[in-house]
Design a protein around this ligand. Structure first.
Ligand SMILES: NC(=O)CC[C@H](N)C(=O)O
Length: 187
């Protein structure tokens, strides 16, 4: 089982570290050929304009859409959530609002309860975070802050507006890897 981390810009190294600590084989994705044979992909947080330019430069748009169409799990976090939306890669049926919490509230933490996660709430670190402004009928909202969706699922796509790679709560990465394992039919 090999999972990719989009490594054009942003917090990809921290994601790769968490995933390898959890026993996954991790590959950094920079060009389309890096997607070959991957069983899942993390789209990290960072800066979505820079990431968009990198995706265009490397010709990764169509390959990423084709990868998503195989049903392989994709975990989009913060800028990664933005990249998957209707205005960017058009992979997920959501519209993200960038820097949605306002310039004053650049970063904050919040406790989020996920319906399908055991144990205490997730201590979520938000950094110039987006929220989900609009979502289609096949999107399930999993968590909100002040009534604004910040975590959602649509089939094999799982997005959160915060940074799970900061801090020591590894449950969301574990959940992503469980999805990947289910996708490849591994025990
Ligand atoms: N921490 C993040 O990934 C922030 C995303 C950033 N505000 C953007 O629009 O790209």
């Amino acid at each position: 089982m090999t999972v990719g981390v989009l490594a054009l810009q942003g917090d990809f190294a921290a994601h790769a570290r968490v995933l390898s600590d959890l026993g996954a084989e991790v590959r950094e994705v920079r060009v389309p050929a890096d997607l070959d044979g991957l069983d899942g992909l993390v789209m990290p947080g960072g800066e979505s304009t820079t990431m968009t330019l990198g995706i265009e430069r490397e010709g990764l748009g169509d390959p990423l859409r084709a990868f998503a169409a195989t049903g392989a799990p994709i975990f989009g976090t913060c800028a990664g959530l933005i990249m998957l939306d209707r205005e960017h890669l058009q992979i997920m049926d959501i519209t993200a609002r960038r820097n949605a919490f306002g310039r004053q509230v650049r970063s904050f933490e919040a406790d989020l309860t996920f319906p399908d996660l055991d144990g205490p709430p997730v201590r979520a670190v938000f950094i110039r975070a987006p929220w989900i402004e609009d979502a289609g009928p096949s999107v399930e909202i999993l968590a909100e802050v002040d009534g604004h969706p910040v975590a959602a699922r649509q089939g094999s796509l799982f997005v959160i507006a915060f940074h799970p790679e900061l801090g020591d709560d590894i449950r969301l990465h574990e959940r992503f890897l469980a999805d990947v394992r289910a996708h490849v039919g591994a025990p």
